[in-house]
Design a binder for this molecule. Structure first.
Ligand SMILES: Nc1cc(-c2ccc3ccn(Cc4ccc(CN5CCCC5)cc4)c3c2)n[nH]1
Length: 262
């Protein structure tokens, strides 16, 4: 899988050089490039933001640097970009281009990359979305900051690729980097060859609608607390039954919303 990230804090992603994702990059399972949005500015201050039209607090990210970064990453030629200028402005009432439409518009017939913009206003990320995105060939993450990105960037990106606004959850972060890191970790671990033992991707929370069972390891007694005897019994049928019951009980207690209606 090819992953591109655009951010004004590229060093934020240095941590992706270590651990499982670092190994996956070294052995070529994941090809990840991080781009500094300020490399697509040409003024002395490398400006990426400006005041919002219509007023309001804070600053909005300017469209120009984002357009140049997306052109480079998506392989949009100057001619194609000019064609867009000839197009009528995005009609706010027009139905947004569906993934299917964008997917079939790639000139060479290939499936275009999926561009993900973390946003508080996006579809909420979950394990089902992680599994879906793990099948993509090329993901591009656009990390906004300030009060967000000029809307025309999303509209421009829609003309050349599939675009999704994705929320990490119902809380507001200061930018898209943390959300991008979380999504890359959740998606990356599902890619074959990233996690050593694929067995460990089963029976985990949210994998099959139930939360995970409690885990124990040596010593069998610790600070007066014992490991549940069934786990020491060697009776694998009893262990499997106990673990399933623990998953159902924990889900019922902590996340009854995950259980199918009675
Ligand atoms: N799940 C999740 C994702 C995020 C997230 C993702 C990207 C960015 C880029 C900038 N911000 C900060 C931020 C601050 C204020 C507003 C609200 N403003 C009110 C008027 C215009 C906008 C929006 C956004 C992000 C936040 N947060 N939480």
């Amino acid at each position: 899988m090819k992953i591109d990230i655009v951010s004004i804090f590229p060093t934020f992603f240095d941590v992706l050089d270590i651990s499982l994702l670092g190994k996956a990059r070294q052995n070529g399972v994941i090809n990840l490039d991080v781009h500094d949005l300020r490399d697509f500015t040409f003024d002395r201050h490398r400006t990426v933001d400006d005041t919002p039209y219509g007023g309001g607090a804070g600053m909005v990210m300017k469209p120009e640097p984002w357009g140049l970064a997306l052109d480079e990453i998506l392989g949009i030629t100057e001619g194609q970009a000019q064609d867009d200028q000839a197009k009528k402005p995005a009609d706010q009432d027009a139905p947004a281009q569906t993934d299917a439409d964008a997917a079939t518009t790639a000139a060479d017939g290939s499936i275009p990359p999926l561009v993900i913009f973390p946003s508080p206003a996006g579809d909420v990320f979950n394990q089902a979305m992680a599994k879906e995105l793990a099948h993509e060939d090329h993901l591009v993450f656009g990390c906004g900051r300030y009060e967000g990105i000029d809307q025309r960037v999303f509209d421009y990106a829609e003309q050349h690729a599939r675009v999704r606004l994705v929320s990490l959850g119902d809380y507001v972060l200061n930018g898209g980097e943390v959300a991008t890191m979380a999504m890359i970790e959740a998606i990356g671990r599902l890619i074959p060859g990233v996690v050593g033992n694929p067995e460990s991707l089963t029976e985990e929370s949210h994998e099959d609608g139930l939360l995970e069972y409690p885990s124990y390891t040596k010593p069998s007694t610790w600070r007066g607390q014992e490991v549940p005897p069934v786990l020491l019994s060697g009776n694998h049928g009893a262990i499997e039954k106990w673990r399933y019951e623990q998953r159902v009980e924990r889900t019922r207690r902590v996340r009854p919303d995950l259980l199918p209606p009675e």
